[in-house]
Design a protein around this ligand. Structure first.
Ligand SMILES: [Mg+2]
Length: 179
């Protein structure tokens, strides 16, 4: 594990660590971040997604370490509800048109400030949240607008452990890594 696994388009390593130390909740986009961004459909029209076990384990580590994890997604599907339940994620906003409004609601409910939020997103709907989050992260295949609004880009692709990379970085910054 490298000391500083996140690529930094705009931030020094020290500034990035300082941001990570304040994080009390990690909020995640789904498509392109927790998944590879592809939408899979069966012949019967049922939507499928694949999730990575590295991300799942990281989310469990974060929750165990007292850092909440939530999802804000523009799409809506029962399988995201199921995955969130599997991982113990209680903060789940689906079908969200205005992600900044969802961030407002989450911060109000959980008594959090923007600088206590880490957010990972990959496209235009994420930009309003990326611009506010204390630690804003995108993924290598994210759109340029998401990259521009982020403090760092993961080395790992969305759907392949990018969320684990982010969570490892946050936990390490706070001395809470479980291994
Ligand atoms: Mg997305």
């Amino acid at each position: 594990m490298q000391a500083n696994p996140l690529k930094q388009p705009t931030q020094t390593p020290e500034a990035l660590l300082e941001r990570a130390r304040k994080v009390r909740m990690v909020l995640l986009d789904v498509d392109g971040v927790l998944t590879d961004g592809r939408l899979y459909f069966s012949n019967s029209g049922e939507e499928m997604k694949t999730f990575h076990t590295l991300d799942g384990q990281g989310i469990r580590f974060a929750i165990d370490a007292g850092i909440d994890v939530g999802i804000i997604t523009g799409r809506e599907s029962a399988l995201v509800t199921r995955r969130a339940q599997d991982l113990g994620i209680s903060v789940l906003f689906q079908g969200v048109k205005d992600k900044a409004a969802a961030l407002d609601a989450i911060c109000a409910t959980h008594n959090l400030h923007d600088d206590e939020i880490a957010y990972a997103g990959d496209d235009a709907p994420d930009v309003p949240v990326l611009e506010r989050a204390g630690l804003a992260v995108s993924v290598p295949l994210g759109h340029a607008c998401a990259h521009a609004a982020s403090h760092a880009i993961t080395r790992t692709q969305g759907g392949s452990g990018a969320v684990r990379e982010l969570i490892d970085f946050i936990l390490a910054s706070q001395g809470k890594q479980p291994f």
